[in-house]
Design a protein around this ligand. Sequence first.
Ligand SMILES: [Zn+2]
Length: 684
Amino acid sequence: MTLKRFSFPLLVTGGALALAFVADDPKPVRGLDISGMDKSVSPREDFYRYVNGSFLKNTEIPASQTSWGSFNMLYDANQKNLKVLLEAAAASTVAADRKAAKGSLTQRVGDFYASGLDSVAIEKRGYDPLKPVLAEIEKIASVNHLLQYAASHPLEGGTTILGAGVGQDAKDPDVHIVSLRQTGTGLPEKDYYTKTDEATVKVRNAYVTYITTLFSLTGTPEAMARKQAEAILALETKIAASHLGRVEMRDPIKQYNKFAVKDFAAKVPNLDLGARLKTLRMAVDTIIVGQPKYYETLNDLIKSEPLDVWKSKLKFAVLNGSASYLSSPFVKASFEYSGKTLSGQKVQQDLWKRRASLTDGLMGELLGQLYVRDYFKPESKKRMDELVANLRTVFARRIERLDWMSAETKAQALRKLAAFTPKVGYPTKWKNYEGVVINRADFYGNVKALGKWRYEESLAKLGQPVDKTEWGMTPPTVNAYYSPLRNEIVFPAGILQWPFFDPNADDAINYGAIGTVIGHEMTHGFDDQGRQYNYMGMLKNWWKKEDGDLFKRKAQLVIDQYDNYTVLDGLHVKGQLTLGENLADLGGMSIAYEAFKTLTPEGKSNEKIDGFTPNQRFFLGFAQIWRNKTRDEALRLRVNTDPHSPGEFRTNGPLSNFEPFYEAFGVKPGDKMYRPDSIRAKIW
Ligand SMILES: [Zn+2]
């Protein structure tokens, strides 16, 4: 189970593993990549293709990838850096010439990585590590027994029935609280259970095949395995009907349902909730139930559905959760479904890449210590601190100038902005995964030990104050986030590299790239969700009603704008689902542009570089970071599930709302990039 954290990343990667790839080193390009442009496209018609057209034409997505673009290229380069660190650590821990002491950072990182590459041992063990737990599920003889299993084995399928976790209380964010969230489905979104279009049916069939394969591999005769798989799909379809959809999940108030445990337990008597929480070691008096309807439905289904179907579902959860760590038939089955069918990936990534990502995912703050030692320059942090300070100054000025907001609401907004905590590079306090023993000969055991550590860590938070130094991403991560409950903006070392950040490039490029990323994260504090939290990270309204109404009216323009973007035949961007990200893209660019224009020497000059004015270069740098080519399958999955719009619209969407862009490239009525003033969104 992963630590539940409510935050807004810059992008959703579709699982860290989906990003790695093997390819020849691209020629190092720095600053602006002119060769990726297509000057036969007018910047006034399609700025995204003007800046990225040649790149899109000349790029073939590597077979092991589902998309290829700026993020992937940086991620890939980063993987190679991690490989150097991991190989050195692994070499220093070999028994014959042991330099790294047992239990040391290097030993644990090195032996973990080495254990994951030990294919001989992994193949030999097959699915042996799961046999005891599968046998335990087989013995379940009653509903009570089943629920007891779920509560006592959260990491072995249990969380697919009881979605309990420890997190911050949104109305009292200094305090930890137990929350129950909806769970129990395996397809990407609730609509996947009911939609009848060809693409969805294909995914659903592949899901049934995947479950069937896992059961067959563990000794169930094929016909019976298929029957069980179909029964699981039927049960999950009933569960999915009780779920909130992704758009509803953007409403934090709807999901803030605080109950005395005894009161909620009375609504779901079949679950014996008090006893379950005790078994989960979450014996508390008060809980948040994010989506009560799921638990009310579970209360019925747990009795009405055959026990054997529930047991199959638990077994599948165990197999599915571990498939990537077992022998190759299991790995292959998992890839066929989630790699090939869901995302269109042609071949698997090399094992070392998958293991490097996994090491980062499971012990990223150990690996991260090595990473920042060798790959993060203190100068980068200094430059970033300056950029963040400049963006904050400008954002404050822009809030003061807003013509649609009252003085009272402005004062609160400024208070919130001033309270932002920026984090750059890496944590000031590292997690050291104390007590986790890493054994070079036991890959599965290592994965399990780290998962257990993380779970225990989250349990230990109950009753403890919130640790504000904690990070929700690891240092090598190529991403960034805003956390509304902590009111913080976080930029891991991994993203502070070209094409997002280049200490050698001119300010126009850096403000257009990392500057807009910083502005993006800041704007999340004021998007449709973030604005509902106050300066302390508390879910509490600080808006005057008229201002809130005006905000919604302005946001509606953005919803309508993105609803009209077509991604594939018949598939449109979902304006409501992507609203927060689209607002952040627009706000981020506006703030970064003004910071560039008013606070840097280049912003005030007219000197051309590569034939472009500073103003033009800002927008070129911006469009360059969203350069991306994606397979249709992955695009479809993304549009259905990801709150981020595809790169094309993250570029053209904000720009076509932005007057200075019109001026820089002479955009006029009649041009495709032009939107009439009456529908142009201007918020922050
Ligand atoms: Zn974002």
